[in-house]
Design a protein around this ligand. Structure first.
Ligand SMILES: [Zn+2]
Length: 455
């Protein structure tokens, strides 16, 4: 059997826009990632019933009557990617807003089946998006809303907000269904309230912090407050409060012994580090990994493509340096037993899209020296656990929600094989990625000058 039975795939694609019950099926052939052992095993059968994995390593003849989907010998099945810093926003014509039509499709078609946006620009729109996806009205990944930023990254934020008003605000977003919080530009007093209230609701907090400079919070202090995850950089005494985090990071020697102390603190407090390696590369030289295997620009309208092509890319030397420092730090963190999650942190400025960047991030983790099997765990189970869903998502195991993607070629031999996603399953529903991507080409952004003014 050469590949997936296309008719079966198309059948399920049409089902993906309805709320009809998911058909039970068995996937046979190819190889399946065994998360516990960090290897691919030969796939005898993955049985999916009622949107969940029913049995892995099954004998298909014992499940007669189920629809059978045949995979090719060089097909590799991985758990769906969990992106914990999955922005939906697009920055064009000096405006930054969450884009809810094309981005969800691009994420899903790339095997990113779960997303936590880590700070939403238009949180009401994002909650509407989640409702549409959950209702089967629109294809997209699982959307774990973060709600608005907590801190100065939110328009209209006041550092004078009282504790009581802050609690009221947190409760408001919890009632609307957010699944975690993101702080950026927050003060220590507010972060303490946020962590405590989020935990009261059984939710997690992550933050983009600083060094302590100008009333900011250093990750070291946030960890002692009980924060769950930290974005971008480790912090600690490597980042003195006398200057900004970025100024120190660009000059940091990754072998500095102070790095060990902060890594120990992360490990002791079970705080996950969301490394966001490629986010720095985007602002830097966009070297290795910033190639196109699919031309992501094709998803934008011709009007946007033309405007973006005229815009020069200015290399941010500081971010270029920080990118290099962070790769070395991530490797040290990993070697010391620290838990890492995958986060793309990629708004789109018209050149790249975050769904594709999840594969860039996987490649960057491997380039940093992390073994491919561990990079895959980082991109899947670690993210699921970090957001409190490790019992339901993150690996292909009986009882978990049936989220997976299929690629051509062995990612343990070359991690870039994950770029070749050709089939995705979310909650037991098969998605034909090619059809899905074709459906949104040329649709992102305003169509002309007039529309750009209102964008
Ligand atoms: Zn971000």
């Amino acid at each position: 059997m050469r590949s997936l039975a296309l008719a079966a795939v198309l059948l399920h694609t049409s089902v993906s826009l309805s709320t009809a019950p998911k058909p039970d099926l068995v996937l046979t052939g190819g190889h399946v990632f065994d998360t516990a052992r960090g290897v691919f095993s030969s796939n005898t059968g993955i049985v999916v019933r009622g949107g969940r994995f029913f049995e892995v390593g099954a004998d298909p003849s014992a499940h007669a009557g189920l629809e059978v989907v045949h995979l090719a010998d060089d097909d590799y099945v991985l758990p769906g990617i969990v992106d914990l810093h999955a922005h939906y926003n697009v920055k064009l014509f000096r405006r930054r807003r969450d884009e809810t039509r094309v981005n969800p499709v691009v994420y899903l078609a790339n095997g990113v089946t779960t997303t936590f946006p880590a700070g939403e620009y238009d949180p009401e729109d994002m909650i509407d998006l989640r409702r549409r996806i959950d209702a089967g009205e629109q294809p997209g990944p699982r959307l774990l809303n973060s709600g608005p930023y907590y801190g100065s990254a939110r328009a209209g934020w006041s550092h004078d907000i009282s504790d009581a008003d802050l609690v009221k605000d947190i409760d408001h977003w919890v009632a609307l269904g957010v699944k975690g919080f993101k702080a950026k530009g927050i003060r220590a007093r507010q972060l303490r309230v946020l962590v405590e209230r989020a935990h009261h609701h059984g939710l997690t907090v992550t933050a983009h912090l600083d060094s302590g400079f100008r009333d900011s919070v250093n990750p070291k202090d946030a960890i002692l407050m009980g924060i769950d995850r930290i974005e971008h950089f480790l912090g600690g005494d490597t980042l003195p409060a006398s200057r900004s985090a970025y100024d120190s990071l660009a000059e940091l020697d990754p072998a500095d012994p102070k790095v060990d102390a902060i890594i120990r603190l992360f490990v002791e407090h079970h705080v996950t580090f969301d490394a966001t390696l490629t986010a720095y590369g985007y602002f830097g030289k966009r070297g290795e990994g910033y190639d196109y295997w699919v031309d992501e620009r094709e998803f934008f309208t011709p009007f946007v493509r033309e405007a973006v092509a005229k815009r020069p890319h200015l290399v941010d030397e500081q971010f270029e340096k920080i990118g290099r420092v962070n790769r070395a730090l991530v490797k040290r963190f990993f070697d010391a037993g620290g838990t890492i999650s995958l986060g793309t942190d990629h708004f789109s400025g018209g050149e790249f899209l975050p769904g594709f960047s999840a594969h860039r991030e996987l490649e960057a983790l491997v380039k940093a020296g992390i073994p491919p099997a561990d990079a895959i765990r980082i991109a899947t189970l670690n993210g699921a656990r970090a957001i409190g869903m490790g019992d339901r998502l993150g690996s292909i195991e009986a009882g978990k929600l049936a989220d997976l993607f299929v690629v051509r070629g062995d990612p343990l031999k070359d991690i870039r094989a994950t770029r070749t996603v050709h089939t995705v399953m979310k909650g037991g529903e098969l998605v034909d990625t090619r059809t899905l991507l074709e459906s949104v080409k040329g649709k992102l952004g305003p169509e002309d000058e007039e529309a750009a003014k209102a964008w």
